[in-house]
Structures are given as structure tokens and as C-alpha cells.
Design a protein around this ligand. Structure first.
Ligand code: SF4
Length: 187
């Protein structure tokens, strides 16, 4: 096989993106509505706001607001007052959306990735992560990486539970280490 050219790889990414987008018209939801539900499943407790979701999706406030309204109207998202900032709300999934996510159209792609060899899967993951980081940085957008890879993440900290966020001065549970965060900065 010839060495891949950047143009060839970009065309592959475009085609995969098109496939994912077509499949994401499922269960009566739009692709962006699925993305919002997946985001809320992965985001940590500091990042479940409309502003963070807007930054993650890179869409306008108006589009995200319409998306959330539609999800709320279907009983898939609920809001509660943000105790850290009473001008905004915390968003969360409902039992109905958690059940719906078990039929996420992205599952077919997850299964196809799982069928790849470990080295191929790993190389793809590393490559796509680097590409995404470069493209987001070029647009001055936040990376939304995992908490455990953040420069502010203090593992097994004395004030932690068991970890600690040195930026927000909050203890972090083990389960929060894998979540994605609005404030995340790679270590
Ligand atoms: S350690 Fe980083 S990613 Fe984790 S909560 Fe703090 S700022 Fe967010």
C-alpha cells in the first residue's frame, strides 16, 4: 500500500462523517440532538450548561437553545438551577433519554471500531485525537478532553475524593476522572 496522502485521509474522514450524519437521523431525532445527548452523558458536573454545550458543538447560541427546547419538550433533558451561577441552568439526562441512548445510531460505528485490530484502533484514536486538537486550536476552541488528562487534575490528593481539581478547588470522584470538561487543559 502506498503511503497515505493527507488529501486521501481527509476524504476518508469526510465520508465517515457523512455516513454518521445520515445514520443519526434516527428515533425521530436530528444529528445535533443526538450529539447533545451524548455530550450530557460524557460531561462532568461543571460542564452541563447550555454555554458549555454551545462551545462543544461550535454552533450558535440560538441553534443550541432550539435543540435543548426540542429535547426538553420530548422529556429527554431536564433543567435545574446552577448553584454555582444562578444565571444559568444545569442540564441533565432523564431516564427516557438514558434508555434512548441504548439505541444510539453511533453504536454501529462503535462495533465496527471494536472489530479492528488493537494496533489499528489505537493508531486511529491517537491520530484523530491529534487532528481534532490541531483543528480546534486553529479555531481557538476548547479541547473538552478528559479530566484525568488535565493539567489541574491532582490524583489522590489529600483534599480529594479521591482526586482534586486545582483550578475549581473541588474534590473529584473516581468516576469523574473519565468525564470531559469545559475547563480542561491538556497537562
Ligand atoms: S481537573 Fe481540569 S478537567 Fe478536571 S474538573 Fe478541573 S479543570 Fe475540569
Amino acid at each position: 500500500m502506498n503511503s497515505p496522502t493527507p488529501e486521501h485521509t481527509a476524504a476518508l474522514i469526510e465520508r465517515v462523517g457523512r455516513l454518521l450524519s445520515t445514520e443519526a437521523h434516527a428515533e425521530g431525532l436530528l444529528p445535533v440532538q443526538w450529539e447533545a445527548l451524548r455530550y450530557l452523558r460524557r460531561a462532568n458536573r461543571f460542564s452541563t450548561t447550555a454555554a458549555a454545550l454551545t462551545a462543544y458543538l461550535g454552533l450558535t447560541k440560538g441553534t443550541v437553545s432550539q435543540t435543548l427546547k426540542a429535547l426538553e419538550a420530548r422529556g429527554l433533558v431536564k433543567k435545574r438551577v446552577n448553584t454555582r451561577d444562578r444565571r444559568s441552568n444545569h442540564l441533565s439526562l432523564t431516564a427516557k433519554s438514558r434508555s434512548l441512548l441504548s439505541r444510539d445510531p453511533l453504536t454501529a460505528t462503535v462495533a465496527a471500531l471494536d472489530d479492528l485490530s488493537r494496533p489499528t484502533q489505537s493508531a486511529l484514536d491517537v491520530g484523530l485525537e491529534a487532528l481534532l486538537a490541531a483543528r480546534l486550536a486553529s479555531q481557538d476552541r476548547q479541547p473538552f478532553g478528559q479530566c484525568r488528562d488535565c493539567r489541574y487534575f491532582a490524583r489522590r490528593h489529600v483534599d480529594g475524593s479521591p482526586h482534586f481539581c486545582q483550578l475549581l478547588k473541588e474534590p473529584l470522584a473516581e468516576s469523574e476522572a473519565d468525564a470531559i470538561c469545559f475547563e480542561q487543559r491538556p497537562g
